[in-house]
Design a protein. Structure first.
Length: 391
């Protein structure tokens, strides 16, 4: 076999399906193939070696040492429910499937409605994983599933390639989408590209820290620290000396938003402290962030020099917008920049985050750890342990 140690190879066999050839450490190689039915009743190492040689034909196979072997049947199951009261099922306790395309779906997640989203979001995703696994396992075995309605002479491997291509983003976890619920809230009056992102993974984009020459990724600016990230797309900056400034309309809306957030009844003061802000103006030439925004910035400020972030989030730079990213990087809601946008944020967070008094009461019952941050980025200024509570 040419280049047999260069990387993983898939060999198409009429009798043994899609044969897996995977070079591993210390000169070893892992071989996987569909086991013929006649071997199941009396499987031996020697019989499997002979079948491996047949599966690899026209290449030849010589085994110096067999470290281990196994034969297994694929089990594809999904639990009837992922949650019963305070009890949650996760991982293989909730669903199980083959290892065909390494679909790891174990994603972890306080109001009662929020707890219900665990089952509502994850179970449909697991059901799709199982159906996809059934299709792939069948195609790997050389059998085209009936629901494909394929011609009699169709090639299973051609269908396998198409299935893998069509589901690539879902398989790696980036294409997962959740339906609307308490955590994924779309505004009825807004049917925009931004609203279509609600329930999906937040897009990444190249941004620039103040005075930086090289770009950084949006995700490097909002690390996973167990909090909501509120992305404030502040709008377009006007060029001009001594530096870029927000356009007047955007500047006024940003100021209104900040006044609402600073108010005594703001959710920042009444709900558990699980919020981080990131301000993202569009343009270049800014000197100090406060000068560019006309206000002290909400959180840190990074700049979209090229419009990449605004384009990926579907935001009009002349208007700006606010996007809420959940602690698991999914978009929770979006709204306009300004006082009306604050009202939408307030309604959203009141529905999913415990009040500060409830959080303080829970802490007083024996857990003195503060809600805060887990250090996952050397740039963070504080180190706190995440603490959440269910109603």
């Amino acid at each position: 076999m040419p280049h047999q140690r260069a990387g993983g190879v898939s060999i198409e066999s009429a009798e043994h399906g899609n044969v897996l050839w995977t070079p591993q450490d210390n000169g070893r190689t892992r071989i996987g193939f569909v086991c013929p039915d006649h071997l199941w009743d009396d499987v031996t190492a020697e019989a499997l070696i002979q079948e491996a040689r047949k599966a690899l034909h026209p290449f030849t196979l010589k085994i110096e040492k067999l470290d281990w072997w196994t034969v297994y049947a694929v089990g594809q199951r999904v639990a009837e429910t992922y949650r019963s009261g305070p009890v949650f099922l996760a991982g293989d306790a909730a669903h199980t499937h083959s290892s065909a395309v390494a679909q790891g779906m174990n994603t972890g997640w306080l109001h009662e409605d929020v707890l219900a989203t665990y089952d509502a979001e994850r179970r449909p995703t697991a059901e799709r994983v199982i159906q996809l696994d059934r299709d792939i396992a069948s195609l790997i075995s050389g059998v085209i599933p009936c629901h494909f309605n394929a011609p009699r002479d169709a090639d299973p491997n051609a269908y396998l390639e198409q299935v893998l291509l069509n589901n690539a983003s879902f398989t790696v976890g980036l294409g997962i989408a959740y339906e609307e619920n308490a955590l994924n809230l779309r505004r009825a009056a807004r049917a925009t590209k931004t609203s279509e992102l609600v329930g999906r993974r937040a897009p990444d984009a190249a941004l620039y820290r103040p005075f930086a020459i090289l770009p950084c990724k949006l995700y490097s600016c909002m690390p996973y620290i167990g909090k909501f990230w509120i992305l404030v797309f502040a709008g377009r900056m006007e060029p001009g000396p001594p530096g870029g400034r927000l356009e007047p309309t955007c500047s006024a809306a940003y100021r209104d938003l900040k006044e609402c957030l600073d108010g005594p009844q703001s959710f920042l003061h009444t709900l558990a402290p699980v919020f981080n802000f990131l301000t993202i103006p569009f343009g270049t030439g800014a000197l100090q962030s406060a000068e560019a925004l006309g206000e002290q910035p909400l959180g840190k400020t990074v700049y979209d020099h090229t419009g990449e972030a605004y384009t990926r989030y579907g935001i009009d730079a002349l208007e700006g917008a606010i996007v809420v990213v959940r602690p698991d990087s999914m978009i929770g809601t979006e709204t306009s920049l300004g006082a009306d946008g604050y009202d939408d944020l307030h309604r959203y967070f009141v529905g999913v985050v415990c009040s500060w008094t409830k959080h303080a009461s829970i802490a007083a019952q024996g857990d003195t750890r503060a809600v805060g941050e887990i250090l996952l980025d050397d740039e963070l200024e504080t180190i706190r342990v995440v603490r959440t509570a269910a109603q």
